[in-house]
Ligand binder design. Structure first.
Ligand code: ADP
Ligand code: MG
Length: 255
C-alpha cells in the first residue's frame, strides 16, 4: 500500500475482551477508528468505559482480542519509538533534578552528552522551566511537575502523544495553562494527540474530534471551533460543552 494518505493510526474492527477468573469483560466490540498525522483527538466518557484501555492499545502495550491496529500502515505489535505515552501519575524520579529527569530518555537512547544538553535546555525553555533545571521535583508545584513530565516526553520528538487524564489533579488555572502549552506544541510540531479526559471543557478545548463513550454507544464528533486560545470565552464553546454533556449522559442519540 502506498502511504499517500495522512492516516497515522487505523484501528480496524477490533474486539477487546478482558478475562478475569473465567469471566469476560468486553470493552470493545467491532470498533474502528482512524487518526491522522497531527490530529488532536479527545476521548471522554464515564469511569470504566474503556478510555485507558484504548490508550494502552494505541501505545502498543495491549493487543486487541480480534482485529488489527495499524500504525503508519504496519500492524502495531508493541511499543513504538515515535509513540509517547504519559500515564496518569507524574512518574518523576525524586532523586534526580528536573534537567536530569528530562535527560533520562535521551540517555537510554544513548544520545551523546553534548546533544543531550542542548535538547534538555531547549525543552526546559519551551516549557517555561529554564530556571528550574537544577531543582528537584519536590521543590516544584503540581503544575510545574506536570510540565517536567511533558518535557520528558517531548524531548524524544514523538509523532504521537498519548495522555491519560494528565491534568485532572491540577487547579483550573494551571490546567488551562497546560492545555494551552499542549495545544501550541502539537500545532507547531505536528504531533498527533490522543488525550483521555473526564473534563468536558478540556475535551472541547483540545479535540479536533471527540470520541464520546456515552449511553450504549461510542460516537466520534467533529469539534470545528477548537484550537483557539480564546475559544473558551465564546458562545460556541458553551453550546458544544452542553451538547457533549448530553451525549455522555446518553440523552441524545447520534445524528
Ligand atoms: P476507563 O479508563 O474509561 O475508566 P478502563 O479502560 O480502565 O476504563 O477499563 C474498562 C473496563 O475494563 C473496566 O470495567 C475495567 O474494570 C476493566 N479492566 C481494565 N483493565 C483491566 C484488566 N487489566 N483486567 C481486567 N479488566 C480490566
Ligand atoms: Mg482510566
Amino acid at each position: 500500500m502506498i502511504a499517500l494518505s495522512n492516516e497515522l493510526f487505523r484501528v480496524e474492527n477490533i474486539d477487546l475482551i478482558y478475562q478475569i477468573e473465567k469471566k469476560n469483560r468486553q470493552v470493545f466490540a467491532d470498533f474502528s477508528l482512524s487518526i491522522e498525522r497531527g490530529q488532536r483527538l479527545a476521548v471522554i466518557g464515564p469511569s470504566g468505559c474503556g478510555k485507558s484501555t484504548l490508550l494502552h492499545l494505541l501505545a502498543g502495550l495491549l493487543q486487541p482480542t480480534r482485529g488489527t491496529i495499524y500504525y503508519k500502515n504496519q500492524p502495531l505489535r508493541g511499543p513504538h519509538q515515535t509513540i509517547s505515552v504519559m500515564l496518569q501519575e507524574y512518574g518523576l524520579f525524586a532523586w534526580k533534578t528536573v534537567a536530569q529527569n528530562i535527560e533520562l530518555p535521551l540517555q537510554l537512547q544513548k544520545i551523546p552528552k553534548n546533544q543531550r544538553r542542548t535538547l534538555v535546555k531547549e525543552t526546559l525553555e519551551r516549557l517555561g522551566l529554564a530556571d528550574e533545571g537544577r531543582k528537584f521535583p519536590a521543590q516544584l508545584s503540581g503544575g510545574q511537575r506536570q510540565r517536567v513530565a511533558i518535557g520528558r516526553v517531548l524531548v524524544q520528538a514523538p509523532e504521537v502523544l498519548l495522555m491519560d487524564e494528565p491534568f485532572s489533579a491540577l487547579d483550573a488555572i494551571n490546567r488551562e495553562y497546560l492545555q494551552n502549552i499542549i495545544l501550541h506544541l502539537c500545532e507547531n510540531e505536528q504531533i498527533a494527540l490522543v488525550i483521555v479526559t473526564h473534563n468536558v471543557e478540556e475535551a472541547v478545548f483540545l479535540g479536533q474530534k471527540i470520541l464520546v463513550f456515552g449511553g450504549r454507544q461510542i460516537s466520534l464528533i467533529d469539534n470545528e471551533h477548537n484550537g483557539r486560545t480564546d475559544y473558551r470565552d465564546t458562545p460556541q464553546f458553551y453550546i458544544q460543552c452542553s451538547a457533549l454533556r448530553q451525549m455522555i449522559r446518553g440523552d441524545k442519540n447520534e445524528t
